[in-house]
Ligand binder design. Structure first.
Ligand code: BDR
Ligand code: CA
Length: 309
């Protein structure tokens, strides 16, 4: 059983990652923290609450409001997710956001449970960096930090240099990768290779005919359409892969220790992630997931959506 907090800019695949935390038998989701990213901030709060409801867990997992903007830069919306809930009208959730702020909740929960809480960070790293600034021991008290972000010396999705989460708040990413976490990185590079579900797979999910598969299809459709417009033939699942690997480490086929650093001074390469695998030059500070069982991940997610927990 992994006790976790999911830090999310909730839209589409972020919601699918929340479903892993909310429904997988090996996950105990302690809290959800919201960070500025994919879509309008208040919409992200609603999307998280809607997802908690969709999982049948309304009122059971607190949702904490975090940073409404990156550390030093204006909000930068992703283009890939519509309003993050499939542009669909869901019933208004009874649960409301918690009064406790995200960074305070992160610091408190981790402090009360040193060495026991994993954090799954699937948005820009603003909230995590804020927690580091609030509590200088924060990184050492977190069990493991799993980050979705960056490209393994490959092209990005916002710019040639950068992946979205690191691009949006490179200052925060810089703080986090220098903070001393036991950190594991799931990249955009890996996502394209192993977490891209084509129309046949999406049809198989829809054919499950469960409330969860219907929820999935509604939220996923804008991403599928966006991706096809940029010649990516399927919907992409970086965030749900990250959450799933925490509870299904058997899906990891290869990983490596590397030095990871984030560019935050250049505009041309803003958010570029350096992945250096020369340990004699730069001491590794992160574990990078190099390969996963793609079909095993897809099957595990299918099982989750089948409603047979
Ligand atoms: C990341 O950016 C967001 O759009 C997704 O939710 C994911 O976390 C991929 O670059
Ligand atoms: Ca995300």
């Amino acid at each position: 059983m992994r006790r976790m907090i999911i830090d999310t800019d909730t839209a589409a695949d972020d919601s699918f990652a929340l479903l892993v935390g909310l429904l997988h038998p090996e996950a105990q989701l302690e809290a959800i923290t919201i960070v500025s990213g994919n879509v309008d901030f208040d919409q992200q709060i609603q999307n998280a609450l809607i997802t908690v409801d969709a999982a049948g867990r309304g009122g059971e997992v607190p949702v904490h409001i975090g940073a409404r903007v990156p550390m030093t830069r204006p909000w930068y919306a992703a283009q890939a997710h519509g309003d993050g809930k499939g542009n669909h009208d869901f019933p208004v959730p009874a649960q409301k956001a918690s009064a406790e702020r995200a960074a305070d909740a992160l610091v408190r929960i981790v402090d009360e449970n040193p060495g026991q809480i994993d954090i799954v960070a699937i948005g820009p790293l603003t909230n995590i960096a804020t927690a580091v600034l609030l509590d200088r021991e924060f990184a050492s008290k977190v069990r493991q930090l799993w980050v979705m972000g960056g490209c393994d010396n490959s092209v990005g999705n916002v710019s040639a240099a950068a992946e979205y989460n690191f691009f949006v708040d490179p200052e925060a990413a810089d703080i986090v990768f220098r903070a001393g976490f036991d950190v594991t990185v799931v990249t955009w590079t890996l996502t394209l290779a192993r977490a891209l579900w084509d129309r046949d797979q999406l049809a198989e999910i829809a054919a499950l005919g469960t409330p969860l598969s219907e929820f999935f299809t509604i939220l996923d459709t804008p991403n599928l359409e966006f991706n096809e417009g940029v010649s990516i033939l399927g919907s992409t699942h970086p965030d749900s892969l990250t959450a799933m690997l925490l509870v299904r480490p058997d899906l990891i086929r290869a990983s490596s220790r590397k030095f990871v650093a984030i560019e935050h001074t250049s505009e041309l390469t803003r958010g570029y992630s350096l992945f250096d695998d020369r340990p004699e030059r730069n001491e590794p500070n992160a574990t990078v997931i190099d390969d996963v069982d793609a079909d095993g991940f897809y099957r595990a997610y299918l099982e989750l959506l089948s409603g047979r927990r």
